[in-house]
Design a protein around this ligand. Sequence first.
Ligand code: HGY
Ligand code: MN
Ligand code: MN
Length: 445
Amino acid sequence: MISRRAFLSMAGASALASPMRVWGRAQSPPAIDAARLRRRLESLSTYGRPPGGTFASGVSRVAYSVADVTARAWMLEEIKSAGVAPRLDAAGNIYARLAGGEPNRPPILFGSHIDSVPGGGNFDGDLGVMAALEVIHAVQAAGLKTRHPLEFVLWAHEESTAFGKGTACSRIVAGDLKPGDLDQVWNGMRRADAIRRIGGDPDRIETVVRPKGSWHAYLELHIEQGGTLDRAKVPIGIVEGIVAIHRYDVVVEGFANHAGTTPMGERQDALVAASTLVLAVREIAASRQGRQVGTVGRLEVEPNSPNVIPGRVALSVEFRDLSEATLRELGEAVKARAAAIARDTKTTIALTLATTNPSAPAHAGVQDAIGRAADQLGLQTRRLPSGAGHDAQMIASLCPMGMIFVPSVGGISHSPRELTSWDDCARGANTLLGAVLELDRRDSV
Ligand code: HGY
Ligand code: MN
Ligand code: MN
């Protein structure tokens, strides 16, 4: 817990330091407990830690895994210890509300996710969830009553490892659920059964959807996962917008045959075709000015035996950019190249656009609230786009959205080497707190 004196000196002469004009008696300014934030992040890191590992070993806490399920159960207790009652929606998203002084106002929503990629780090999503819990603690500890209810959220299944679909449960909240989505199978598990594993109820999935205006605003604190803030030595990033993502499922069909007896000129090698496509994706993405990126992250070879010419390869192809028009052009380019590769290798290559994330501009009013909160704390800020996808881009269709970034050391993420300093974690959490209180003072964002 930082002392009131330290907080006031950090906050300078500011609205936060003056008596809160939000509700009732003059209050002292709230502050997060940096030590408790760190403790919780270190505890969460044990769920999905490699056997015999340490904090530096990172985590594999893939959605619906035992590590995810047990971490979520532990989180329910942590949420209760923050003095609020957790409740699950039918998709497994976890909400917890702190009553406001004017209950008819739409809540201010803030949070993130705790599922990780395989071999991931300790801060992606986790920081935003624990910082959100700190906001709930800090407001109560300061004896504050905000005008708007405050709503904590832990989004289920944010990473696209499971079912190849990311922001999977926040997108249902935003109304993106198609017939058959819950019949998808991954790792031998139907999506509906996976949702049951985390406490959801697929039979009531339609109750998850929330209408526009359900919240006053949505805020998410997240590590940058890139190197802009770290290189610039700027502690707070104000996100201007989140990239769109187009992700394709690709299947290459060749002809499995004997590796020793099949002459080179008579092969229909699915892996040679797929490998050529992997290089084509990189070439297409790098072939034009701009920040677009292209990645093949998943590749499964069948029958995957050293003495068999691969007959089938399944892979993912994804492109990201702030402009959806650019993504459509990149998609057309990769389809054309796939057709040529199929011809040359006597294989077939089928691309299916499996998942799209819309690009999402951050609301100017929420960006302004984040900027004011950082200014009050005497923290330098930089505006930047997000190259990573986030639940925030789904919720942006329901209410004004904003994201706060803190530096990722070396720009590394989705790796055990993902690292954000504890001081930057605390600065980010205090900025989140200040931005929530700033938004609470506003009748409209
Ligand atoms: O894939 C992403 O960009 C995010 O980390 N889920
Ligand atoms: Mn991630
Ligand atoms: Mn994330």
